[in-house]
Design a protein around this ligand. Structure first.
Ligand code: B12
Ligand code: SF4
Length: 439
Protein backbone atom coordinates (compact mmCIF):
# COMPACT_ATOMS: atom_id res chain seq x y z
CA UNK A 1 0.00 0.00 0.00
CA UNK A 2 1.27 3.47 -0.91
CA UNK A 3 1.80 5.35 2.33
CA UNK A 4 0.65 8.95 2.87
CA UNK A 5 2.89 11.09 5.04
CA UNK A 6 2.38 13.97 7.42
CA UNK A 7 5.46 15.61 8.96
CA UNK A 8 4.85 17.59 12.12
CA UNK A 9 6.84 20.45 13.58
CA UNK A 10 5.34 21.24 16.99
CA UNK A 11 4.91 24.76 18.36
CA UNK A 12 7.88 26.55 19.93
CA UNK A 13 8.78 29.90 21.38
CA UNK A 14 8.93 32.22 18.37
CA UNK A 15 9.76 35.47 20.11
CA UNK A 16 13.26 35.61 18.65
CA UNK A 17 12.71 33.76 15.39
CA UNK A 18 10.07 31.95 13.40
CA UNK A 19 11.80 29.96 10.69
CA UNK A 20 10.85 27.46 8.03
CA UNK A 21 11.09 23.77 9.08
CA UNK A 22 14.05 23.02 6.80
CA UNK A 23 14.49 19.43 8.02
CA UNK A 24 10.88 18.63 7.15
CA UNK A 25 11.18 20.36 3.80
CA UNK A 26 14.00 17.95 2.99
CA UNK A 27 11.77 15.01 3.98
CA UNK A 28 8.99 16.35 1.76
CA UNK A 29 11.41 16.58 -1.15
CA UNK A 30 12.22 12.87 -0.65
CA UNK A 31 8.55 11.91 -0.47
CA UNK A 32 7.77 13.77 -3.69
CA UNK A 33 10.85 12.39 -5.44
CA UNK A 34 9.64 8.89 -4.58
CA UNK A 35 6.23 9.70 -6.05
CA UNK A 36 4.44 9.52 -2.73
CA UNK A 37 2.07 12.03 -1.14
CA UNK A 38 2.62 14.03 1.99
CA UNK A 39 2.47 17.43 3.65
CA UNK A 40 3.95 19.43 6.50
CA UNK A 41 1.79 20.24 9.48
CA UNK A 42 3.54 23.16 11.11
CA UNK A 43 1.84 23.67 14.45
CA UNK A 44 3.99 26.75 15.07
CA UNK A 45 2.15 28.80 12.47
CA UNK A 46 -1.35 27.69 13.46
CA UNK A 47 -3.62 28.89 16.22
CA UNK A 48 -2.77 27.57 19.71
CA UNK A 49 -6.43 26.66 20.20
CA UNK A 50 -7.55 23.11 19.38
CA UNK A 51 -4.12 21.65 18.62
CA UNK A 52 -5.06 18.04 19.41
CA UNK A 53 -8.27 17.99 17.43
CA UNK A 54 -6.58 19.77 14.50
CA UNK A 55 -3.96 17.03 14.39
CA UNK A 56 -6.66 14.37 14.07
CA UNK A 57 -8.53 16.40 11.46
CA UNK A 58 -5.39 16.76 9.33
CA UNK A 59 -4.88 13.01 9.51
CA UNK A 60 -8.46 12.10 8.69
CA UNK A 61 -8.97 14.66 5.94
CA UNK A 62 -5.78 13.66 4.15
CA UNK A 63 -5.84 9.91 4.66
CA UNK A 64 -2.49 10.00 6.48
CA UNK A 65 -0.98 6.59 7.19
CA UNK A 66 2.41 7.66 8.58
CA UNK A 67 2.81 10.63 10.93
CA UNK A 68 6.42 11.79 11.39
CA UNK A 69 7.35 14.07 14.28
CA UNK A 70 10.43 16.25 14.50
CA UNK A 71 11.84 16.25 18.01
CA UNK A 72 14.12 18.76 19.72
CA UNK A 73 15.15 18.22 23.30
CA UNK A 74 12.96 21.03 24.59
CA UNK A 75 9.91 19.93 22.57
CA UNK A 76 10.23 16.18 23.25
CA UNK A 77 7.89 16.32 26.28
CA UNK A 78 5.10 17.72 24.13
CA UNK A 79 5.76 15.43 21.15
CA UNK A 80 5.58 12.43 23.48
CA UNK A 81 2.24 13.65 24.82
CA UNK A 82 0.94 14.21 21.33
CA UNK A 83 1.91 10.77 20.02
CA UNK A 84 0.40 9.04 23.07
CA UNK A 85 -2.83 10.82 22.27
CA UNK A 86 -2.57 9.96 18.58
CA UNK A 87 -1.86 6.28 19.24
CA UNK A 88 -4.96 6.10 21.42
CA UNK A 89 -7.23 7.91 18.98
CA UNK A 90 -5.89 6.54 15.68
CA UNK A 91 -4.14 3.24 16.45
CA UNK A 92 -3.71 2.40 12.75
CA UNK A 93 -1.59 5.44 11.95
CA UNK A 94 2.12 4.57 12.06
CA UNK A 95 4.23 6.94 14.12
CA UNK A 96 7.75 7.97 13.22
CA UNK A 97 10.14 10.23 15.10
CA UNK A 98 13.30 12.02 13.96
CA UNK A 99 15.11 15.31 14.50
CA UNK A 100 18.06 16.52 16.60
CA UNK A 101 17.17 14.87 19.91
CA UNK A 102 16.46 11.54 18.20
CA UNK A 103 19.70 11.66 16.21
CA UNK A 104 21.68 11.96 19.46
CA UNK A 105 19.66 9.73 21.82
CA UNK A 106 17.62 7.41 19.61
CA UNK A 107 17.36 4.68 22.29
CA UNK A 108 15.13 6.99 24.36
CA UNK A 109 12.46 6.79 21.66
CA UNK A 110 12.04 3.02 21.35
CA UNK A 111 8.63 3.37 22.94
CA UNK A 112 5.32 1.54 22.76
CA UNK A 113 3.63 4.32 20.83
CA UNK A 114 6.44 4.70 18.27
CA UNK A 115 6.84 2.55 15.14
CA UNK A 116 9.90 4.00 13.42
CA UNK A 117 12.85 5.91 14.87
CA UNK A 118 15.03 7.75 12.34
CA UNK A 119 18.56 8.96 13.15
CA UNK A 120 20.68 8.35 10.07
CA UNK A 121 23.31 10.58 8.48
CA UNK A 122 21.82 11.82 5.24
CA UNK A 123 18.55 10.86 3.64
CA UNK A 124 19.31 7.88 1.40
CA UNK A 125 17.93 5.27 3.77
CA UNK A 126 14.85 7.39 4.49
CA UNK A 127 14.24 7.60 0.73
CA UNK A 128 14.63 3.86 0.36
CA UNK A 129 12.11 3.29 3.15
CA UNK A 130 9.63 5.68 1.52
CA UNK A 131 10.17 4.11 -1.91
CA UNK A 132 9.19 0.76 -0.43
CA UNK A 133 6.39 2.08 1.79
CA UNK A 134 8.09 1.13 5.05
CA UNK A 135 8.10 -2.61 4.34
CA UNK A 136 9.92 -4.57 7.00
CA UNK A 137 12.23 -6.31 4.50
CA UNK A 138 13.37 -2.90 3.24
CA UNK A 139 13.74 -1.43 6.71
CA UNK A 140 16.15 -4.23 7.56
CA UNK A 141 18.48 -2.75 4.93
CA UNK A 142 18.06 0.90 6.00
CA UNK A 143 20.88 2.39 8.06
CA UNK A 144 20.01 4.70 10.96
CA UNK A 145 16.45 3.45 11.44
CA UNK A 146 14.94 1.44 14.30
CA UNK A 147 11.71 -0.45 13.69
CA UNK A 148 9.84 -3.50 14.96
CA UNK A 149 10.35 -6.86 13.29
CA UNK A 150 7.63 -9.43 12.52
CA UNK A 151 7.55 -10.42 16.21
CA UNK A 152 7.21 -6.87 17.45
CA UNK A 153 10.81 -6.65 18.71
CA UNK A 154 12.84 -3.54 18.11
CA UNK A 155 15.59 -3.80 15.50
CA UNK A 156 18.15 -1.01 15.75
CA UNK A 157 20.17 -0.41 12.60
CA UNK A 158 23.52 1.34 12.85
CA UNK A 159 23.98 4.78 11.33
CA UNK A 160 25.39 4.98 7.81
CA UNK A 161 28.56 6.80 6.79
CA UNK A 162 28.77 10.58 7.25
CA UNK A 163 27.52 12.56 4.24
CA UNK A 164 28.54 15.75 2.48
CA UNK A 165 25.18 16.37 0.81
CA UNK A 166 21.58 15.22 1.07
CA UNK A 167 21.53 14.57 -2.67
CA UNK A 168 18.27 16.47 -2.98
CA UNK A 169 17.11 20.07 -2.48
CA UNK A 170 14.47 20.93 0.11
CA UNK A 171 10.91 21.29 -1.11
CA UNK A 172 10.21 24.89 -0.03
CA UNK A 173 6.56 25.09 -0.98
CA UNK A 174 5.60 25.22 2.71
CA UNK A 175 7.80 28.28 3.13
CA UNK A 176 6.59 30.01 -0.04
CA UNK A 177 2.94 29.41 0.92
CA UNK A 178 3.43 30.85 4.40
CA UNK A 179 6.28 33.32 4.07
CA UNK A 180 4.41 36.07 5.93
CA UNK A 181 4.50 33.86 9.04
CA UNK A 182 8.28 33.44 9.14
CA UNK A 183 10.41 36.22 10.54
CA UNK A 184 13.45 36.92 12.67
CA UNK A 185 13.07 39.54 15.40
CA UNK A 186 13.82 42.99 14.00
CA UNK A 187 15.31 41.58 10.79
CA UNK A 188 12.53 40.26 8.58
CA UNK A 189 11.85 37.07 6.68
CA UNK A 190 14.81 34.73 6.14
CA UNK A 191 15.03 31.46 4.23
CA UNK A 192 17.28 28.77 5.67
CA UNK A 193 20.06 26.90 3.95
CA UNK A 194 22.59 24.26 4.87
CA UNK A 195 25.97 24.11 3.13
CA UNK A 196 27.89 21.93 5.62
CA UNK A 197 27.44 19.19 8.18
CA UNK A 198 28.77 19.19 11.78
CA UNK A 199 31.70 21.32 12.99
CA UNK A 200 35.43 20.63 13.26
CA UNK A 201 35.62 21.96 16.83
CA UNK A 202 34.90 20.08 20.04
CA UNK A 203 33.14 22.32 22.56
CA UNK A 204 32.01 20.30 25.55
CA UNK A 205 28.42 21.53 25.70
CA UNK A 206 27.67 21.21 22.00
CA UNK A 207 25.12 18.99 20.31
CA UNK A 208 25.43 20.34 16.77
CA UNK A 209 28.94 19.00 16.24
CA UNK A 210 27.68 15.49 16.93
CA UNK A 211 25.46 15.42 13.87
CA UNK A 212 26.84 13.51 10.88
CA UNK A 213 28.71 11.26 13.35
CA UNK A 214 30.90 14.27 14.30
CA UNK A 215 32.36 14.42 10.76
CA UNK A 216 32.65 17.92 9.30
CA UNK A 217 31.75 17.82 5.62
CA UNK A 218 30.87 20.53 3.10
CA UNK A 219 28.62 20.57 0.06
CA UNK A 220 30.01 21.34 -3.40
CA UNK A 221 30.00 25.09 -4.02
CA UNK A 222 28.31 24.63 -7.41
CA UNK A 223 25.28 23.14 -5.66
CA UNK A 224 25.29 25.77 -2.93
CA UNK A 225 25.43 28.68 -5.38
CA UNK A 226 22.70 27.18 -7.56
CA UNK A 227 20.45 26.78 -4.54
CA UNK A 228 21.03 30.39 -3.49
CA UNK A 229 20.40 31.81 -6.95
CA UNK A 230 17.18 29.84 -7.36
CA UNK A 231 15.87 30.57 -3.89
CA UNK A 232 13.00 33.03 -4.06
CA UNK A 233 14.07 35.22 -1.15
CA UNK A 234 16.75 37.88 -0.88
CA UNK A 235 17.48 37.14 2.80
CA UNK A 236 19.17 33.83 3.56
CA UNK A 237 20.22 32.33 6.90
CA UNK A 238 23.04 29.85 6.37
CA UNK A 239 22.71 27.58 9.37
CA UNK A 240 26.14 25.90 9.19
CA UNK A 241 27.71 25.88 12.63
CA UNK A 242 30.63 28.02 11.42
CA UNK A 243 30.36 29.21 7.83
CA UNK A 244 33.83 30.80 7.88
CA UNK A 245 35.75 27.61 8.76
CA UNK A 246 37.56 27.45 5.43
CA UNK A 247 38.80 30.82 4.16
CA UNK A 248 39.46 29.63 0.59
CA UNK A 249 35.95 28.21 0.33
CA UNK A 250 34.45 31.46 1.67
CA UNK A 251 36.51 33.46 -0.82
CA UNK A 252 35.36 31.37 -3.73
CA UNK A 253 31.76 31.50 -2.48
CA UNK A 254 31.86 35.31 -2.43
CA UNK A 255 33.63 35.69 -5.75
CA UNK A 256 31.19 33.40 -7.50
CA UNK A 257 28.15 35.18 -6.10
CA UNK A 258 29.56 38.52 -7.19
CA UNK A 259 30.39 37.20 -10.65
CA UNK A 260 26.76 36.13 -11.00
CA UNK A 261 25.50 39.55 -9.88
CA UNK A 262 23.65 37.94 -6.99
CA UNK A 263 22.77 40.53 -4.35
CA UNK A 264 21.24 38.73 -1.40
CA UNK A 265 21.73 39.36 2.31
CA UNK A 266 23.20 36.54 4.37
CA UNK A 267 23.06 35.81 8.07
CA UNK A 268 25.54 33.17 9.22
CA UNK A 269 26.95 31.53 12.35
CA UNK A 270 30.65 32.06 12.76
CA UNK A 271 33.27 31.40 15.40
CA UNK A 272 35.22 34.42 16.62
CA UNK A 273 38.57 32.90 15.60
CA UNK A 274 37.28 32.25 12.07
CA UNK A 275 36.28 35.91 11.80
CA UNK A 276 39.76 36.94 12.90
CA UNK A 277 41.28 34.50 10.43
CA UNK A 278 39.16 36.01 7.64
CA UNK A 279 39.93 39.65 8.51
CA UNK A 280 41.73 40.34 5.24
CA UNK A 281 38.80 39.13 3.12
CA UNK A 282 36.11 40.97 5.12
CA UNK A 283 35.61 43.61 2.38
CA UNK A 284 34.90 40.77 -0.07
CA UNK A 285 32.60 39.05 2.42
CA UNK A 286 30.71 42.32 2.89
CA UNK A 287 30.43 42.90 -0.85
CA UNK A 288 28.99 39.43 -1.37
CA UNK A 289 26.22 40.27 1.10
CA UNK A 290 27.24 38.51 4.31
CA UNK A 291 26.20 41.22 6.73
CA UNK A 292 25.07 39.49 9.86
CA UNK A 293 27.03 37.03 12.01
CA UNK A 294 25.86 35.11 15.05
CA UNK A 295 28.98 34.60 17.09
CA UNK A 296 29.23 32.19 20.03
CA UNK A 297 31.14 34.53 22.33
CA UNK A 298 29.85 32.40 25.25
CA UNK A 299 31.82 34.04 28.07
CA UNK A 300 33.86 37.09 28.97
CA UNK A 301 36.54 35.23 30.88
CA UNK A 302 39.20 32.90 29.49
CA UNK A 303 38.83 30.45 32.38
CA UNK A 304 35.18 29.82 31.44
CA UNK A 305 36.00 29.46 27.73
CA UNK A 306 38.65 26.90 28.68
CA UNK A 307 36.14 24.96 30.75
CA UNK A 308 33.95 24.66 27.65
CA UNK A 309 36.97 23.59 25.56
CA UNK A 310 36.03 26.52 23.33
CA UNK A 311 39.55 26.77 21.90
CA UNK A 312 39.25 30.56 21.81
CA UNK A 313 39.85 33.55 24.11
CA UNK A 314 38.36 36.85 25.19
CA UNK A 315 40.99 38.73 23.16
CA UNK A 316 39.92 36.80 20.06
CA UNK A 317 36.26 37.53 20.86
CA UNK A 318 36.96 41.25 21.18
CA UNK A 319 38.95 41.24 17.93
CA UNK A 320 36.10 39.53 16.13
CA UNK A 321 33.57 42.08 17.39
CA UNK A 322 35.90 44.93 16.35
CA UNK A 323 36.41 43.46 12.87
CA UNK A 324 32.66 43.17 12.30
CA UNK A 325 32.10 46.70 13.60
CA UNK A 326 34.83 48.14 11.36
CA UNK A 327 33.28 46.43 8.34
CA UNK A 328 29.73 47.53 9.13
CA UNK A 329 28.51 44.03 9.79
CA UNK A 330 26.09 43.04 12.48
CA UNK A 331 27.46 40.96 15.34
CA UNK A 332 24.89 38.97 17.30
CA UNK A 333 26.65 37.94 20.50
CA UNK A 334 25.60 34.55 21.89
CA UNK A 335 26.35 34.13 25.59
CA UNK A 336 26.11 31.13 27.89
CA UNK A 337 25.33 31.59 31.57
CA UNK A 338 27.35 29.18 33.67
CA UNK A 339 26.25 27.73 37.01
CA UNK A 340 29.33 29.04 38.82
CA UNK A 341 28.43 32.66 37.97
CA UNK A 342 28.54 35.26 40.70
CA UNK A 343 26.86 38.65 40.54
CA UNK A 344 30.03 40.13 39.07
CA UNK A 345 29.99 37.66 36.16
CA UNK A 346 26.52 38.76 35.11
CA UNK A 347 27.68 42.37 35.39
CA UNK A 348 30.80 41.61 33.36
CA UNK A 349 28.69 40.28 30.51
CA UNK A 350 26.67 43.48 30.55
CA UNK A 351 29.82 45.55 30.65
CA UNK A 352 31.29 43.61 27.71
CA UNK A 353 28.12 44.24 25.69
CA UNK A 354 28.18 47.95 26.52
CA UNK A 355 31.91 48.39 25.89
CA UNK A 356 31.72 46.59 22.56
CA UNK A 357 28.54 48.38 21.50
CA UNK A 358 26.64 45.16 20.78
CA UNK A 359 22.96 45.63 19.98
CA UNK A 360 21.81 42.09 19.19
CA UNK A 361 22.54 39.55 21.94
CA UNK A 362 21.16 36.19 23.06
CA UNK A 363 21.59 34.54 26.45
CA UNK A 364 21.12 30.91 27.32
CA UNK A 365 21.61 29.24 30.68
CA UNK A 366 24.01 26.34 30.06
CA UNK A 367 21.98 23.30 28.94
CA UNK A 368 23.79 20.06 29.84
CA UNK A 369 22.23 18.25 26.87
CA UNK A 370 22.06 14.50 27.21
CA UNK A 371 24.72 13.18 24.86
CA UNK A 372 27.35 15.84 25.63
CA UNK A 373 30.34 15.56 27.94
CA UNK A 374 28.95 18.40 30.06
CA UNK A 375 25.99 16.11 30.80
CA UNK A 376 28.22 13.15 31.68
CA UNK A 377 30.51 15.22 33.90
CA UNK A 378 27.64 16.78 35.84
CA UNK A 379 25.19 13.89 36.04
CA UNK A 380 25.13 14.01 39.85
CA UNK A 381 24.63 17.80 39.88
CA UNK A 382 21.59 17.88 37.61
CA UNK A 383 18.60 19.69 39.02
CA UNK A 384 15.09 18.81 37.88
CA UNK A 385 16.35 17.85 34.42
CA UNK A 386 13.36 17.27 32.15
CA UNK A 387 12.93 17.74 28.40
CA UNK A 388 10.61 20.64 28.96
CA UNK A 389 13.25 22.57 30.86
CA UNK A 390 15.97 22.29 28.17
CA UNK A 391 15.03 25.50 26.34
CA UNK A 392 17.89 27.62 27.68
CA UNK A 393 15.89 29.58 30.24
CA UNK A 394 15.72 27.00 33.06
CA UNK A 395 18.24 26.26 35.79
CA UNK A 396 19.34 22.64 35.30
CA UNK A 397 22.14 22.46 37.89
CA UNK A 398 22.32 24.06 41.29
CA UNK A 399 24.25 27.34 40.96
CA UNK A 400 27.43 26.95 42.99
CA UNK A 401 28.06 30.57 43.94
CA UNK A 402 24.69 32.20 44.52
CA UNK A 403 21.14 31.33 45.55
CA UNK A 404 18.95 29.89 42.80
CA UNK A 405 16.41 32.74 42.93
CA UNK A 406 19.05 35.41 42.63
CA UNK A 407 20.69 33.52 39.77
CA UNK A 408 17.39 33.47 37.88
CA UNK A 409 16.78 37.15 38.56
CA UNK A 410 20.22 38.08 37.26
CA UNK A 411 19.53 36.05 34.09
CA UNK A 412 16.20 37.78 33.47
CA UNK A 413 17.84 41.10 34.22
CA UNK A 414 20.18 40.57 31.24
CA UNK A 415 17.14 40.33 28.98
CA UNK A 416 15.33 43.30 30.54
CA UNK A 417 18.39 45.49 30.11
CA UNK A 418 19.33 44.42 26.61
CA UNK A 419 16.14 43.60 24.74
CA UNK A 420 14.49 47.06 24.55
CA UNK A 421 17.43 48.02 22.27
CA UNK A 422 16.61 45.16 19.90
CA UNK A 423 12.91 45.98 19.83
CA UNK A 424 13.84 49.61 19.10
CA UNK A 425 16.10 48.44 16.25
CA UNK A 426 13.05 46.60 14.89
CA UNK A 427 10.77 49.61 15.17
CA UNK A 428 13.29 51.82 13.36
CA UNK A 429 14.01 49.16 10.69
CA UNK A 430 17.68 49.35 11.53
CA UNK A 431 18.49 45.99 9.93
CA UNK A 432 17.19 46.91 6.50
CA UNK A 433 18.59 50.43 6.66
CA UNK A 434 22.07 49.48 7.82
CA UNK A 435 22.77 45.89 6.95
CA UNK A 436 20.65 44.79 4.01
CA UNK A 437 22.59 44.18 0.80
CA UNK A 438 21.14 46.85 -1.46
CA UNK A 439 23.76 46.76 -4.18
C1 B12 B 1 17.16 26.72 12.99
C2 B12 B 1 17.37 26.37 14.43
C3 B12 B 1 16.48 26.91 15.36
C4 B12 B 1 15.32 27.81 14.95
C5 B12 B 1 14.05 27.00 14.63
C6 B12 B 1 13.69 25.96 15.70
C7 B12 B 1 12.55 25.04 15.38
N1 B12 B 1 11.83 24.62 16.39
O1 B12 B 1 12.32 24.70 14.24
C8 B12 B 1 15.24 28.72 16.21
C9 B12 B 1 16.21 29.87 15.98
C10 B12 B 1 13.88 29.27 16.55
C11 B12 B 1 15.83 27.79 17.25
C12 B12 B 1 15.58 27.91 18.58
C13 B12 B 1 16.07 27.04 19.51
N2 B12 B 1 16.98 26.06 19.32
CO1 B12 B 1 17.66 25.58 17.61
N3 B12 B 1 18.61 25.19 16.06
C14 B12 B 1 18.44 25.53 14.85
C15 B12 B 1 19.62 25.01 14.00
C16 B12 B 1 20.63 26.13 13.89
C17 B12 B 1 19.30 24.49 12.63
C18 B12 B 1 18.20 23.42 12.57
C19 B12 B 1 18.04 22.97 11.14
O2 B12 B 1 17.19 23.44 10.44
N4 B12 B 1 18.91 22.10 10.67
C20 B12 B 1 18.93 21.63 9.29
C21 B12 B 1 17.95 20.50 9.09
C22 B12 B 1 18.12 19.95 7.68
O3 B12 B 1 18.27 19.51 10.02
P1 B12 B 1 17.21 18.94 11.10
O4 B12 B 1 16.16 19.90 11.39
O5 B12 B 1 17.98 18.35 12.19
O6 B12 B 1 16.51 17.76 10.25
C23 B12 B 1 17.24 16.67 9.75
C24 B12 B 1 17.17 15.45 10.66
O7 B12 B 1 17.17 15.77 12.03
C25 B12 B 1 15.94 14.73 10.21
N5 B12 B 1 14.66 15.02 10.83
C26 B12 B 1 14.21 16.12 11.45
N6 B12 B 1 12.95 15.95 11.84
C27 B12 B 1 12.55 14.73 11.45
C28 B12 B 1 11.34 14.07 11.58
C29 B12 B 1 11.21 12.77 11.05
C30 B12 B 1 9.92 12.07 11.14
C31 B12 B 1 12.32 12.18 10.38
C32 B12 B 1 12.18 10.84 9.77
C33 B12 B 1 13.53 12.83 10.27
C34 B12 B 1 13.63 14.12 10.80
O8 B12 B 1 15.81 15.07 8.84
C35 B12 B 1 16.51 16.25 8.49
C36 B12 B 1 17.44 15.88 7.36
O9 B12 B 1 18.37 14.93 7.78
C37 B12 B 1 20.12 23.84 14.92
C38 B12 B 1 21.62 23.56 14.83
C39 B12 B 1 21.95 22.53 13.78
N7 B12 B 1 23.20 22.48 13.45
O10 B12 B 1 21.11 21.78 13.32
C40 B12 B 1 19.72 24.32 16.31
C41 B12 B 1 19.27 23.29 17.32
C42 B12 B 1 18.33 22.33 16.65
N8 B12 B 1 18.56 24.12 18.28
C43 B12 B 1 18.70 23.73 19.50
C44 B12 B 1 18.15 24.39 20.63
C45 B12 B 1 18.48 23.79 21.97
C46 B12 B 1 17.37 25.53 20.50
C47 B12 B 1 16.82 26.39 21.63
C48 B12 B 1 16.40 25.68 22.87
C49 B12 B 1 17.79 27.52 21.92
C50 B12 B 1 19.00 27.24 22.69
N9 B12 B 1 19.05 27.77 23.86
O11 B12 B 1 19.93 26.59 22.21
C51 B12 B 1 15.67 27.12 20.94
C52 B12 B 1 14.36 26.42 21.21
C53 B12 B 1 13.32 26.66 20.18
C54 B12 B 1 12.16 25.74 20.34
N10 B12 B 1 11.39 25.95 21.38
O12 B12 B 1 11.95 24.87 19.52
C55 B12 B 1 19.56 22.49 19.59
C56 B12 B 1 18.76 21.21 19.79
C57 B12 B 1 19.44 20.23 20.69
C58 B12 B 1 18.62 19.02 20.94
N11 B12 B 1 19.20 18.08 21.67
O13 B12 B 1 17.50 18.87 20.53
C59 B12 B 1 20.34 22.60 18.23
C60 B12 B 1 20.85 21.30 17.68
C61 B12 B 1 21.50 23.59 18.46
C62 B12 B 1 22.32 23.32 19.67
N12 B12 B 1 22.17 24.14 20.68
O14 B12 B 1 23.10 22.42 19.73
N13 B12 B 1 16.60 26.84 16.69
S1 SF4 C 1 32.23 25.93 17.54
FE1 SF4 C 1 30.03 25.98 17.87
S2 SF4 C 1 29.19 24.30 16.63
FE2 SF4 C 1 31.40 23.97 16.80
S3 SF4 C 1 31.65 22.57 18.53
FE3 SF4 C 1 31.84 24.66 19.35
S4 SF4 C 1 29.76 25.26 19.96
FE4 SF4 C 1 29.59 23.46 18.63
Amino acid sequence: MKQKYMFVRVHYDKRVASLEPLGLEYLMACVKAEDREGFIYDESIESPIGRYSRLLKKIDNNGVTVAGFSVMSNTAWYVLKLIKFLRKKRPDVKIMVGGPEVVINHEDFLLDEVDYVSYDNGLDSFRLAVRNDMEIETLKKCSGISFRDENGNWVQNLKGEPVSDYGILPDRSHFYDNRDKFKVLAKGCFSMMKTAFSCPQNCKFCISRQFNSCAYRVRELDDVINEIVNLDNDKIFIIDDDFLVNKDRVKEFCERLLALGCHKTFMIFSRADSIVNCEDIMPLIYKAGIRDMLVGLEAVEDSTLEKYNKNSSVVINKNAVRILREHNMLCVGLFVINYDFKHKDFMNINKFIRDEGLIWVLFSILIPFKGTSVYEENKDRLYNYTYRRTGGTSVLMKPSSMPMLLFKLEFHFLYYVNYPRIYWAGITHMFNRKYRNNQ
